[in-house]
Design a protein. Structure first.
Lengths: 305, 146
């Protein structure tokens, strides 16, 4: 059983962080980022060619983390692999002891540095989760062929409570859970009110007893970043009061204000019963994580039940 | 001059037909190079004078009924079969502001048809062998042969 699953099952409030692999073959970059995060988080997600920019593979980076004694969460998109490659990579991951898998569709190839690439999308994220559940629980591949040794997997999915249409987000979460998702990591939360509305809709459907919901947060580095995320990144909502706070902070203090907002958000999330942890996505700013975690009194070496 | 003679007296044929037309001409006159004059793009509908929209990929396994007559395989940038990704906002696709989110269209259409429950179902992976199984697909209608 993975550390992440074990802590969640024993009702701990977990902390996960995101690590973006380098645009190169140097393992030291992964190790350096990992060492920075190691004592502050319970598990580390490794992104899979995020924003469709080519980077060191998520699976290879997860192996490096594993060697450092860290519990990795393998993010895998359906953008770059068909069903043959997806199933094969998952068997490989499990064979290397990597069992937390986050199944995602992935940023569209047009955003990255290979916009001429053919987007695969042979399966969608829900079909992918369901395929992995069948492989694990029934020992069968898609199409029915038996697997000699089924993989051990703790299956995760993402949900964006801030994308539209809101009611359908709940239905989609229900589908992901039915497909086999055991934990959910959400898109970055800034708009707590909307997030709470999403939670109460989920509650009405009885979804939150069936899955571990981990709230996503991203510290804002600057007012310019806040503006970019608000205007250019689809599915991100930053309420006016946060925008004004970032704007009001002098340039040299904006990082600090971004961290303040992030800490406040985490402390609010921690008080919500159905939120089982936070996922900190400090984009190319992994060294912000220790401060954020310490200020929230969430250090991973603190006493766990 | 008969067509055949005219063609054979030239070095090449520039085809302004679609890709299928260019291939057919090449088959009839295998000794003359055929240069495709167009980049054939899609099967679609004429939305208005001068505007065409791609709306069928010819998958060989039509699911339009389930999705209110809107095909997510072609209209959704990620070809998703189980609902919108996290990049759907205000009815728009994350890929470009001028692209409508196919799933918003599907949800609105099914709502109008009082059939939203069709989206509760988890649609299984698509059988792509019907589109790209073994070489080019061929349709044979024995009853129409002469």
């Amino acid at each position: 059983m993975t550390r992440l699953r074990d802590l969640l099952e024993r009702d701990n409030f977990v902390v996960t962080a995101e690590l973006g692999p380098p645009k190169g073959a140097d393992p030291e970059v992964v190790k350096k980022k990992a060492e920075l995060l190691k004592d502050y988080v319970d598990a580390i997600n490794v992104t899979d060619n995020q924003t469709a920019v080519v980077r060191m593979s998520s699976l290879a980076s997860c192996v490096i983390l594993k060697e450092l004694g860290i519990d990795p969460v393998l993010q895998m998109t359906v953008r770059d692999r068909n069903r043959i490659a997806l199933q094969s990579d998952i068997l490989g991951a499990s064979s290397l002891g990597i069992e937390n898998v986050l199944c995602i569709s992935g940023d569209h190839q047009s955003f990255g540095n290979q916009p001429q690439a053919k987007g695969v999308f042979d399966l969608d994220s829900i079909q992918f989760i369901n395929t992995l559940k069948t492989m694990r629980d029934e020992g069968r591949l898609l199409g029915g062929d038996p697997i000699t040794k089924p993989p051990s997997l703790f299956l995760g999915a993402v949900e964006n409570p801030f994308a539209d249409p809101l009611e359908f987000r709940v239905l989609r979460l229900a589908k992901k859970i039915r497909a086999g998702a055991q934990f959910i990591q959400t898109q970055c939360i800034y708009d707590i009110e909307r997030f709470k509305k999403f939670l109460s809709l989920c509650e009405n459907e009885g979804l939150l007893q069936k899955v571990y919901l981990i709230g996503g947060v991203t510290p804002l580095k600057s007012f310019a970043m806040a503006q970019y995320m608000q205007n250019k990144v689809s599915g991100i909502l930053i309420p006016d009061d946060i925008m004004s706070r970032m704007k009001a902070a002098p340039k040299s203090k904006q990082r600090e204000e971004g961290i303040n907002i992030c800490v406040e958000t985490i402390l609010t999330l921690k008080e919500i019963k159905s939120v089982k942890g936070v996922h900190i996505m400090a984009i190319e700013w992994e060294d912000a994580v220790p401060e954020i975690v310490s200020r929230c009194s969430l250090k991973s070496d603190q006493k766990r039940v | 001059m008969p067509l055949e003679e005219l063609i054979l007296s030239h070095d090449a044929i520039l085809s302004l037909g679609c890709g299928a037309g260019a291939q057919m001409v090449s088959e009839i006159y295998p000794e003359i190079p055929v240069i495709p004059g167009l980049n054939t793009e899609f099967m679609g509908e004429t939305q208005e004078q001068g505007v065409w929209l791609e709306n069928c990929v010819g998958c060989g396994d039509c699911m339009l009924f389930y999705f209110g007559g809107i095909c997510p395989l072609v209209r959704c940038s990620k070809h998703l079969l189980n609902g919108p990704c996290g990049g759907s906002q205000g009815g728009r696709c994350e890929v470009a502001p001028e692209v409508p989110c196919a799933w918003q269209l599907i949800i609105d259409r099914l709502k109008a048809q009082n059939s939203l429950e069709r989206l509760y179902e988890i649609y299984p992976p698509k059988d792509w062998s019907k589109k790209q199984g073994k070489g080019p697909r061929k349709i044979i209608r024995e009853d129409q042969k002469v």
